[in-house]
Design a binder for this molecule. Structure first.
Ligand code: GCB
Length: 589
């Protein structure tokens, strides 16, 4: 016994058994529009820098007094300090701000069965990997810090339960994103933890949307069920459209095409319909918008009409709550975007909370959603690809009924190598396979030597995203005009980023980097050029507000913030360049 203990704490490969049980998109269940019970609240919390919980198997809650090697004091969970779930530990206490590594979260909860036959745990997101234990048993490990995961716990629950999660946000070369990014590496269980009770047979997956090119008159519904009742009839209802249709389910799957003339969802008129799907004892009730997004030549068409995407990029962050942004903060961001006359937002560089797309559906903001295939990730590594594809799948399956989402982005600014081309074009094809109704894009790498948009990945994209920083990183602004003259894209181009650092309130000349005056000057010149380029069909400058960033060390103009925001970090102050975008968007048709 004692030897086992010594072995385990000294064992370098203690992680291996934990990694073998992977939780992937295959265990996802459709949970929007269902009743869920919250397991949020105060959890016991401990920073576990040496991974002792895993090595010494604290989750088993046993100890050996003879040898005195197990010390129950170590895992006196109920006496540990408390932390709020969901939250990023970094913003909970100052001493945790820069901590990266493992942390243990645990709580107890009561469970009384109410006639359900299947029970699932849902984690909205844990950064970056999560190992989950229930009642001393290891359930599995999920990788990927921004997408939800589900674990079936049917038969594992008792009246009194202990759940324990080891969350680890160590940056790694093979992760997605890899160890080097331009944003802050928050840690923890930062989205909701919930319990979902379901009948024996239930809807596992559900998608609904207008069939592109059907003249806005055909709605496609696809349903997948799980459980013993794999043959039967589901019912889809949209009372406001007078629709009540049966859907035959055969061997767990069913689909139907409905004729209807719905009022189309758009940013100006974000019409949502109450939709109900029932199958046996299971029911999903959700508000859904219907619209069409397509590309025709160099145009983007929303509901058959040309649209210019008047956008802004945003990270998922608040100074106070880290990545655990609240609904009020999301609404504030969309309101600021609307004040700037935006109809669109780029949610960079990883999946934001599903609340963002739900709120965007209601408020009328089009969205670009992205996975963190960012910069130089390990494109040659097959495991890295699996991780990226899994995150993409989890994102698409989570949000594909959101009318606001129009673009899936498979990455950002990745050097055009063979390995990267193979990796990212596979992702682009996967996105199309999972969802043929939306546009696939990526923020491409431009050739800044010859000043041309010529990324080979563009062949696999519907829309070309282009990040350019003329006037800032590319110091000679005049080369922006050359870039557009040299490029002959056959598809619409969205300028996914441009911008410049400016410390809020810091004034100077247009040549002084880091001043509002320099940022303002760059914005003025940028919009003057961008407004003239016929194939530029949208812009999302970088970025709505300043964000924490360990790479930004200038003591005056940065102070560990990327200050390219059009507002300061707590959004209390608008920099002058905000009004340039407001005017630019007001003037566009
Ligand atoms: C970029 C990146 C973005 C950075 C930005 C910058 O091109 O896509 O993540 O934050 O530039 O400020 O350098």
């Amino acid at each position: 016994q004692a030897d086992n203990y010594v072995d385990s704490i000294h064992n370098e490969s203690y992680e291996t058994p934990y990694l073998s049980k992977k939780i992937t998109n295959e265990s996802m269940i459709y949970d929007r529009g269902r009743l869920k019970e919250s397991l949020n609240g105060n959890w016991s919390f401990g920073i576990d820098q040496y991974d002792t919980c895993l090595r010494a198997r604290w989750f088993e809650e046993k100890y050996q007094d003879d040898e005195g090697l197990y010390n129950p004091m170590d895992f006196s969970f109920d006496e540990w300090e408390k932390i709020r779930v969901p939250s990023s530990w970094n913003t909970q206490k100052e001493k945790y701000l820069l901590y990266e590594g493992s942390a243990v979260y645990t709580r107890t909860f009561l469970y009384i069965a109410k006639g359900e036959e299947r029970v699932f745990l849902k984690f909205g997101a844990v950064q970056y990997d999560a190992k989950v234990f229930l009642n001393k048993e290891y359930l599995g490990c999920h990788k990927g810090g921004s997408t939800p995961f589900y674990i079936e716990v049917t038969g594992l629950l008792q009246e009194h339960n202990r759940i324990l999660v080891v969350a680890n946000n160590t940056r790694k070369r093979e992760n997605v994103p890899c160890e080097n990014t331009d944003w802050f590496n928050y840690g923890g269980i930062y989205r909701d933890v919930e319990l979902i009770r379901l009948p024996g047979t239930f809807v596992k997956d559900f998608s609904i949307g207008l069939i592109p090119g059907s003249g806005f008159s055909k709605i496609r519904v696809e349903v997948e069920v799980e459980g013993s009742g794999r043959d039967g009839s589901a019912t889809l209802e949209i009372p406001e459209l007078g629709l009540r249709e049966a859907l035959q389910i055969k061997d767990g799957k069913g689909s139907v095409t409905l004729d209807a003339r719905p009022e189309l969802w758009s940013p100006e008129s974000p019409k949502l319909y109450e939709v109900t799907l029932t199958y046996g004892a299971d029911e999903i009730r959700e508000k859904i918008g219907l619209r069409e997004i397509q590309v025709e030549g160099q145009d983007i068409l929303l509901n058959g009409r040309r649209i210019f995407l008047k956008g802004i990029s945003a990270h998922e962050e608040s100074v106070k709550n880290g990545k655990a942004v609240t609904d009020a903060e999301i609404i504030e961001n969309f309101k600021l975007a609307k004040e700037m006359n935006c109809n669109y937002m780029r949610l960079a560089h990883y999946p934001h909370t599903e609340r963002a797309a739900q709120i965007a559906d209601e408020m009328g903001i089009l969205l670009w959603e992205e996975i963190p295939v960012y910069w130089a990730i390990a494109f040659e590594n097959a495991e890295t690809y699996r991780d990226a594809e899994n995150q993409l799948t989890e994102l698409i399956r989570r949000d594909r009924n959101r009318a606001s989402v129009i673009v899936w982005s498979v990455g950002n600014e990745n050097a055009d190598t063979e390995a990267r081309l193979k990796f990212m074009s596979s992702l682009a094809r996967k996105a199309k396979e999972l969802d043929p109704t939306r546009l696939v894009s990526a923020a491409c790498m431009l050739d800044h030597v010859n000043h041309v948009i010529n990324d080979r990945l563009a062949d696999d994209l519907d829309v070309i995203g282009a990040n350019q920083y003329y006037g800032w990183y590319q110091t000679d602004f005049d080369n922006l005009v050359k870039l557009f003259e040299n490029s002959k894209p056959e598809k619409p181009v969205i300028i996914t980023e441009f911008g410049a650092d400016a410390k809020a309130g810091h004034r100077g000349t247009v040549d002084e980097k880091g001043t509002e005056d320099c940022q303002l000057d760059i914005y003025r010149k940028q919009v003057e050029v961008l407004g003239r380029i016929s194939y530029v069909k949208g812009t999302s400058p970088w970025i709505l507000y300043d964000f924490r960033c360990p790479r930004r060390l200038h003591p005056v103009t940065q102070n560990y913030y990327n200050t390219k925001g059009l507002l300061n970090e707590d959004k209390t102050y608008k920099k002058p360049a905000f009004y340039v975008m407001q005017q630019f968007y007001r003037d566009r048709e």
